[in-house]
Design a binder for this molecule. Sequence first.
Ligand code: ATP
Length: 322
Amino acid sequence: TEFPASGARGLGAVDLRVRVRVPAKVNLALRVAARGDDGYHQLATVFQAVALFDELTAERRRDDAITVTTRGLHAHRVDDDPTNLAVRAAVALRHHFGTADLGVHLSIDKSIPVAGGMAGGSADAAASLLACSVLWDLDTTPDDLVQLAADIGSDVPFELVGGTALGRGRGGDVMPALARGNYHWVLALSDRGLSTPSVYACFDEQVDAGKVVPLRPDDPDACTALLDALASGDAARVAPLLGNDLQEAACQLRPELREVLAAGTAAGALAGIVSGSGPTCAFLCASQPDAYLVQTVLRSLEQVDETLCVTSPAPGAQLVVS
Ligand code: ATP
């Protein structure tokens, strides 16, 4: 995979300020195995990046500090400190290259919901890896960035790749997949996030109680039918194959999500799913006019705080030339 990073290396002129745009994701399929002895879950997932973007700007600092500020609609729910995933990514990159004297200030313009199951933090980590590798003029390869990304979080490699991809392992083994056409989505957002660990803990209880059948980790066909449908470009074929093994857990923790899902499909969406660990619900629609109708209905629900119409697939982290 060719990332913009390799093309940008050597652009000496952009060494003071680098801007990167990075998308949110929806898991069109998320199959989850029972928790392993190491405490982690093996996954089989089909990611698709949607056209809802955070923008990260990296600026050289004279000292060796790595700092961050966040602005935008969702900024107040993100900590501007070393726990910010964008900072952790920059620290990991600097450590990997042994360049402890390099500093950076990161500004994040946040549009992706926080703790919404749309990989917002992972997106910023991916943007930070790309922006800092260009800003610091590091000799990175796409493989270096993907490797570092996987160490930061399982959704971070996909955020570099974007488009449509199959994720295996903990989600970090990403293989680009063929998808034809564009897809129209309505997103129903909630102001109250859901913590990913609590959703997985609930999933574990459901597996132990026999309420959910987990993925067989070595199942080679976990997402094959969906990938075939995506290659056809037919949203009506894709819709019945959307699925999320964490959906029951997210709905158990937030029962109102069941009402939101039912309302979106009653309003004409082809299908609705909880995105990742929730609480964002994503509705696939046959066309943009259909999506606007579904949005109008969802917007009126008291359980929904914000709605967005977006298309997919979108590119992964990309340099913005201004
Ligand atoms: P995923 O879909 O990958 O499970 P998510 O979209 O549900 O993730 P995030 O928005 O990535 O959740 O946020 C998860 C946690 O990470 C939040 O509690 C937040 O405080 C923390 N976090 C750290 N850095 C960031 C960042 N740059 N943007 C958003 N959240 C961040």
